[in-house]
Write a protein that binds this ligand. Structure first.
Ligand SMILES: [Zn+2]
Length: 367
């Protein structure tokens, strides 16, 4: 069986604090004398119900982790380790999402907070060979004017070189805030040439996907999996060329689907959607980028040729430079052409399946 860590791919859905290694989080918490909820340090992935209480708990845990990232050194370490971990998983292009708001107080404002991330992204790219673009993400929980401030900041740093801002996102609980009110922020970002990459179609269904399409004109949707519930909406997603950043482990942890097998990966791909697999918040979901490809292989029966197509889709949906794109796509061809590596067709049971099974039973228990 071909090694999925050697399959060149692009990673388009990864949050800044959510990318933290557990060991790093523990170290930062000790240094800053912060007590962490034990569940953040446990080996098991988080499993929560997909209601507002579940999200509230997720957000509290995320905030607790974020409170350990204080100042420039910590921020640089997050980026450097995210790049190193991505490199180890065959990612040649990382688009990491950050809302600089929470780090701003430690470094003297929004601009330095973003510039630290961008500067370290350049350094980490040179050190690891992973080309890194940054997505500035606003939060649905804050005022739409805050989103506009972030969009202007993102626009000032827009570019397609290493360590520049390539996209503008909108995250947090999809059920909160009025999507239409964020349209102006996204218009500012689009005018600057930034990709529009809001979350949508995760906690809400096809009707909200349409609202996001209408108001925010996404190039990619964070998740978007629930557009699979309405063939007409999914057809529109495909027709408008909107890529879906699908994160199976995240969907299971946040209760969107009971198991990774229930994520409608086949439905989306069969409909012609561009699907780019992502890890979202490996810190909380205990599942990194390659694990998502393992889910496709082991739970959804994707052949190596189909897995290569997923990797190509991620590369094409990225904002990678033409040279990087060509290099990564050639690498995918080479991975697939390596017949010797594909000889062994045996299907082994991996930790992913074990973890997902555990998640399923826990979610049934808590559900
Ligand atoms: Zn996300």
């Amino acid at each position: 069986m071909r090694d999925l860590t050697r399959l060149p791919k692009a990673h388009l859905h990864l949050h800044f604090t959510g990318s933290l290694r557990v060991a790093t989080l523990a170290e930062l918490a000790e240094r800053h004398r912060t007590r962490l909820p034990q569940v953040l340090l446990d080996a098991d992935p988080l499993v929560l119900p997909a209601d507002e209480r579940g999200w509230f708990r997720f957000q509290r845990l995320y905030d607790a982790a974020r409170a350990c990232v204080r100042g420039e050194d910590d921020m640089r370490r997050v980026v450097a380790e995210a790049a190193a971990d991505d490199a180890a998983e065959g990612s040649g292009r990382l688009e990491i999402q950050v809302d600089p708001t929470s780090y701003a107080p430690f470094v003297g404002g929004l601009t330095p907070a973003l510039e630290i991330v961008l500067d370290e992204a350049r350094r980490a790219a040179a050190a690891t060979g992973v080309e890194i673009g940054v997505v500035v993400a606003a939060s649905r929980m804050r005022h739409p004017l805050d989103a506009r401030v972030l969009a202007r900041l993102a626009a000032r740093h827009a570019g397609d070189g290493p360590g520049e801002v390539v996209g503008f996102g909108l995250s947090n609980d999809e059920r909160r805030g009025d999507t239409a009110e964020f349209a102006q922020a996204f218009a500012i970002a689009r005018r600057a040439g930034l990709a529009s990459v809001p979350h949508g179609g995760e906690l809400l269904g096809p009707a909200h996907v349409e609202s996001v399409l209408d108001h925010l004109h996404p190039d990619r949707l964070g998740h978007g999996v629930r557009s699979g519930e309405d063939p007409r909406v999914l057809a529109r997603v495909v027709e408008e060329g909107v890529a879906l950043e699908v994160c199976p482990a995240s969907n299971v942890s946040l209760g969107v689907y009971p198991t990774a097998r229930d994520v409608p990966l086949r439905t989306l791909v069969d409909a012609g959607a561009t699907v780019a697999l992502g890890a979202d918040d490996p810190l909380l979901f205990r599942s990194r980028l390659v694990d998502q490809y393992r889910v496709a292989r082991e739970m959804h029966g994707f052949t190596d040729a189909e897995l290569a197509d997923l990797a190509r889709a991620s590369i094409r949906a990225s904002r990678a430079s033409a040279a990087t794109r060509a290099r990564l796509l050639a690498g995918v061809d080479a991975w697939l052409a390596d017949d010797a590596a594909g000889d062994d067709e045996s299907r082994s049971t991996s930790g992913t399946i074990a973890a997902a099974g555990r998640g399923a039973s826990r979610s049934a228990a808590t559900g």
